[in-house]
Ligand binder design. Structure first.
Ligand code: SF4
Length: 679
């Protein structure tokens, strides 16, 4: 009889949930480690996979496993650590393991990290699979006594740990053939997550050939690309499409999709499931940084790909300081032109503010460049100091005089039950708010401009208005700058929103990690975070407020258009007349688009808006004839839109900052009412 103990090994990719789900995808990374470990060692151990803290707590209340393992990201580190700490109090022999990018690269910083967080036994760097299996084998050889293994100073692949204060690091190795990892979808390991409001996430490659200073994937060790067998990807996609419920989105974790010839094959697989299952409606993936023609080929196959590129800044010095290699301007323009005329839901770019060397003029010029090249959605981000990146190093901080503050990761604060007791937990991140080239006042100006672009320009909210400006050769960017420079046009509600936005941008921040933790975790402050009064993503949150106060925003938009045109002596009688009708038209299509989605609204217009739509709203009212007899138009959501909205609302209402993310991520053209002439 074999009396050998079957050890329980639990792997968690936790997400905060108290303010809604923060990490909204299937746990791909953790499930790959789980699947590979199960394949290599499954007969000897009981493996389990977790995503939600409540499930982990429930399981822990019944038994404590031999190993508790966690993915390590800035949005879940503290949550995982609290679980480890509490579980270790009950069983000091429990072995804890972390794996993920939230770990320093410098040796002395690794030592400091492990000393600061003593409940961490082992950290696996880079890919988790090889290191994890090697670690379990070595622990097995040491009777599952971490102290014995540490004392022996056994070297473990990709893994480091402290013996006393001495850092032991194993050799760094990457899996050369990623196909040795069994598919977590096809093995059924992901099945339970299809019942949750989570986006299926898959990967066809690992690695990134670029080396951006602000990104943990920019490390040289992650430079080589490893690819999965296309047949496996095809099977995974079909499996996902058959299993999804109330879901319109699919996310690909590749870091440069569309850049490689095999991506054309993947694109065809995606299109096949789209044609067969009418899923996914939206495909989310990071676009490659070169090979624009191939990206165009890939994009012409997939429906609903948000096509674009992250350029972060258009300024050569800012890019150099971040070691960032962008797609060329001409190639990017070609890509965007194609995207705007294709199946892509919306073209996008990502821009960061306050990167080393950034200035107000440089940030404005990046925004202007994006708008003038017709990027339909500009995603503007603060610069976050990620552990293990070059930007977070002492040298870069000093060279560019980076001024940083600390805040909670939006949505990642809550009280979580562990062993029958509630624990306040908050994730903290460090952001750049200024530098030796960016004064605080300029930083605030950049952020207000970001808010206006996010609200008024992105997501097609006023696309008809900007098309009009374009038709009479007026810059959209200039109109938004006019809006920013004329606060006398703001209603009291808009003034209040901007005041709160500035306060969220600059005041609700802390000087240090310790100060942030100390303050946030007090019960009276904690409640403010949970109720959403503090710690939200101020850009998303205030965009939603402006979006919901549609009439205030619309008035500001139209007043700014008139002001801009007046300044340029272009506000003719005919333009004014068109603006009056356009304002009513935009209101019928876009005011409260998620409310009453089965209803029909009607109104009569003197302009033929069907013909104007045919022309992408690019009309010059000075030469546009009025209808001989006014026509009645109906405004409604068609069946496809109703289904899309219902799926999006279901999924995003379960997520942190749901409405903001819904607006940010959705295909807005499916949200806004369709219309047709009815009389
Ligand atoms: S290209 Fe993207 S994934 Fe690669 S290093 Fe730069 S930011 Fe990171």
């Amino acid at each position: 009889m074999n009396l050998k103990k079957m050890h329980d090994i639990w792997i968690s990719d936790l997400t905060h949930t108290e303010q809604g789900i923060v990490s909204r995808t299937f746990p791909l990374g953790a499930s790959c480690v789980f699947s590979y470990a199960k394949k290599e060692l499954g007969s000897e151990f009981n493996f389990r996979l977790f995503k939600f803290p409540s499930k982990l707590n429930e399981a822990l209340s019944k038994k404590i496993p031999s190993m508790l393992c966690f993915s390590n990201y800035k949005w879940n580190f503290e949550l995982s650590y609290k679980f480890a700490l509490e579980a270790k109090k009950r069983d000091p022999d429990l072995i804890t393991v972390w794996g993920g990018p939230n770990f320093p690269v410098e040796i002395n910083e690794k030592v400091e990290f492990l000393q600061k967080w003593p409940a961490i036994d082992f950290v696996i760097e880079l890919e988790g699979e090889l290191g994890f299996v090697d670690l379990v084998k070595k622990l097995s050889e040491n009777n599952f006594q971490a102290s014995k293994l540490k004392k022996n100073e056994n070297k473990i692949i990709n893994t480091c740990y402290l013996n006393e204060d001495h850092l032991i690091s194993g050799k760094i190795e990457r899996i050369k053939d990623v196909n040795v990892i069994p598919s977590p979808y096809l093995s059924g390991a992901m099945d339970e997550f299809f019942d949750q409001p989570l986006i299926p996430l898959f990967e066809t490659t690992r690695g990134c050939p670029f080396a951006c200073a602000f990104c943990a994937d920019g490390q040289a060790s992650k430079n080589k690309i490893h690819r999965y067998d296309p047949e496996r990807t095809k099977e995974e996609l079909n499996y996902i499409a058959k299993k999804v419920k109330n879901m319109s989105e699919l996310m690909n974790a590749d870091l440069n999709f569309g850049m490689y010839k095999q991506d054309v094959v993947t694109a065809n697989f995606i299109r096949e499931i789209q044609d067969k299952f009418n899923y996914p409606k939206t495909v989310i993936v990071a676009t490659g940084k070169n090979m624009p023609q191939r990206i165009i080929d890939v994009a012409s196959i997939i429906k609903g790909w948000q096509l674009g590129a992250s350029i972060q800044s258009t300024d050569a010095d800012v890019l150099k300081a971040s070691n960032r290699q962008n797609i060329t301007s001409s190639a990017y323009k070609k890509l965007i032109d194609f995207g705007n005329n294709s199946n892509a839901t919306k073209t996008y770019t990502d821009l960061m503010v306050a990167l080393p060397g950034d200035t107000k003029e440089k940030h404005f010029s990046s925004l202007k460049w994006s708008i003038e090249n017709n990027v339909r959605s500009i995603r503007m981000h603060q610069s976050i100091m990620l552990i293990g990146t070059d930007m977070a190093s002492k040298v870069t901080r000093e060279k560019y005089g980076l001024i940083t503050k600390f805040r909670t990761v939006p949505g990642a604060v809550g009280n979580y039950e562990i062993f029958g007791k509630k624990h306040p937990i908050a994730e903290i991140e460090e952001i750049i708010v200024g530098s030796n080239t960016l004064k605080q006042k300029d930083y605030i100006d950049c952020r207000i401009m970001d808010l206006f672009i996010q609200t008024f320009y992105n997501n097609y909210l006023f696309e008809e208005v900007f098309a009009l400006l374009k038709s009479i050769n007026v810059s959209t960017f200039d109109c938004i700058v006019y809006m920013k420079n004329h606060p006398e046009l703001y209603s009291d509600t808009v003034k209040e929103i901007i005041k709160d936005f500035v306060s969220g941008t600059i005041d609700d921040l802390y000087e240090s990690l310790e100060e942030a933790q100390k303050s946030v975790l007090t019960p009276e402050i904690m409640i403010k975070y949970i109720e959403g009064k503090l710690g939200y993503n101020e850009l998303l949150e205030n965009t939603v407020r402006l979006f919901n106060k549609f009439e205030d925003s619309r008035d500001l938009m139209f007043k700014s258009v008139k002001g801009t045109l007046k300044e340029k002596s272009l506000l003719t009688e005919k333009v004014e007349k068109y603006l009056v009708e356009l304002e009513r038209f935009v209101t019928l299509r876009k005011n409260e688009p998620l409310v009453d989605i089965g209803s029909i609204k009607s109104s009569t217009f003197n302009y033929d808006f069907e013909a104007i739509r045919e022309n992408d709203y690019l009309i010059n009212p000075n030469s546009m004839p009025l209808l001989e007899t006014p026509s009645k138009f109906d405004f409604y959501h068609d069946k496809e839109q109703q289904k899309y909205i219902s799926n999006q609302v279901k999924m995003y209402s379960a997520q942190a900052e749901g409405m903001g993310r819904l607006l940010f991520q959705s295909d807005s053209r499916l949200l806004f009412r369709s219309f047709s002439k009815s009389g």
